[in-house]
Ligand binder design. Structure first.
Ligand code: ATP
Ligand code: MG
Length: 412
């Protein structure tokens, strides 16, 4: 969560008066797991920078640099709201922490003068503080402990009510002396973690309008997967508004996952045929197998390496171990089920945090909720499911549904 800093009387990034001029503010970003990636590290960093640029593209122009596992985001003009920038950065995978920082010359007097002014808002409300220093430019003539001691002294004389607490301070002011400049920062924010979207390849999420599948999409994008999506609809049993709801969910997910190509597949004819020709207790499992077959084909044509679903063991009749086994057998791709071991409440907690919950609970129908059997098989046997499927003669209809698929790109 971004702690918004701009007060109504503070308009821009450079709006903290200092010696008659303004202090330049930037955002410093610390990278996550990808720091461990050895030789591939450059690729990971390049993808992350590309993703950050994508998320910031409509907020203005920025210079983005990387050195020593830290990315600096430098606004090119002073009318850019850094709170907006931080909110976006907080949604990009591959970032552990980030913070706003004030730029200083690599001159100790400049650092000493700016630190109490820059952190004034937080320091005036705090009771305790400490200063931490990092000197990655070893040519800087003062060592870290001395930087901390002197900056701490300046802060104490500017805010005599404060006490130093090295164990559990209200505010930590950090001074970083790096290659191009020195920075002062406080109020570090936690990023999403995970790996930059795109570094693990492309996968296809089966997205419904429910709570689970947007969470599943988010979780796999967090592991570096770029997403495309397949949504099945059965008009007129399902409405246009139901599809718009799914588009809205994907748009919310794309804040984290980047743009998502959505493939909407009409299933009306197939569902009616299953209803007319198959035993009622197998309706759902047969439908789920059709979904897997079509999604696998779409994955193939789009270069996607896996399917993603929001299934969770035992949640409904079609998600018993036996039902999932029958569903899985119809897929020709690896199926990723990140929610498989999670309780509904755990899934809901994530969906609230990523802001999809309120949309997910809007009451629209899904093709899974029409023609639902009164007593679905919880232990379907693959052999009998396959016999029922053959009798329904769905192959041509599956080809037609794929041909009638509509593709649309969804963005944040
Ligand atoms: P969700 O909250 O994701 O809808 P659910 O608990 O309602 O999940 P099901 O309706 O059985 O469970 O669906 C299980 C999974 O199948 C979903 O998470 C999703 O991946 C996929 N799925 C269900 N309906 C559709 C649909 N209309 N289009 C695409 N995929 C679907
Ligand atoms: Mg559902």
């Amino acid at each position: 969560m971004v702690v918004r800093r701009n007060r109504s009387d503070q308009r821009t990034v450079n709006d903290r008066p200092y010696k008659g001029s303004y202090m330049k503010e930037i955002v410093l970003i610390k990278l996550g797991e990808m720091v461990l990636k050895g030789l591939n590290r450059r690729t990971f960093e390049d993808v992350l920078i590309k993703n950050i640029k994508y998320r910031l593209r409509d907020l203005g122009k920025f210079e983005i640099k990387i050195a020593q596992s830290t990315i600096t985001v430098i606004p090119a003009s002073d009318d850019i709201d850094l709170d907006d920038v931080c909110e976006r950065i907080g949604e990009v995978f591959g970032i552990v922490t980030y913070s706003r920082a004030c730029v200083c010359e690599k001159d100790f007097d400049d650092i000493l003068a700016k630190a109490p002014v820059y952190a004034a808002d937080a320091l005036s409300e705090a009771k305790t503080f400490k200063v931490e220093s990092k000197r990655s430019d070893k040519r800087f003539p003062y060592k870290s402990p001395e930087i901390s001691a002197q900056v701490g002294g300046k802060i104490l004389s500017a805010f005599p009510h404060l006490k130093v607490d090295v164990k559990n301070p209200d505010v930590i002011v950090t001074v970083e002396v790096r290659d191009y400049a020195a920075y002062i920062r406080y109020g570090t924010m936690r990023g999403q973690g995970g790996m930059p979207v795109g570094t693990s390849g492309l996968a296809t999420v089966l997205i419904s309008g429910g709570i689970d599948s947007p969470v599943a999409a988010y979780m796999m994008a967090k592991r570096g997967l770029k997403l495309n999506a397949v949504h099945f609809e059965s008009p007129p049993y399902t409405s246009e508004r139901a599809r718009l709801k799914v588009e809205k969910l994907l748009s919310l997910v794309s804040r984290y996952a980047g743009s998502i190509e959505m493939h909407t597949v009409p299933l009306t004819k197939i569902q009616e045929t299953i209803r007319d020709r198959c035993p009622e207790e197998l309706f759902t499992i047969l439908l789920r197998r059709v979904m897997m077959k079509i999604a696998s084909r779409i994955a193939d044509t789009t270069g996607s390496g896996a399917l993603i679903t929001g299934e969770s063991l035992g949640q409904v009749a079609s998600q018993t171990m036996y039902a999932l086994g029958c569903t899985d057998a119809a897929a020709s791709k690896l199926v990723l089920r990140p929610l498989i071991g999670m309780d509904k409440q755990e899934i809901i907690n994530i969906s609230r945090r990523i802001n999809t919950f309120e949309t997910s609970i809007e009451p629209y129908e899904d093709c899974c909720t029409i023609f639902t059997p009164k007593h679905p098989r919880t232990k379907p046997v693959l052999k009998f499911v396959e016999i029922a499927e053959r009798e329904a003669e769905l192959d041509e209809m599956i080809e037609q549904a794929i041909a009638d698929t509509v593709v649309k790109t969804i963005t944040p």
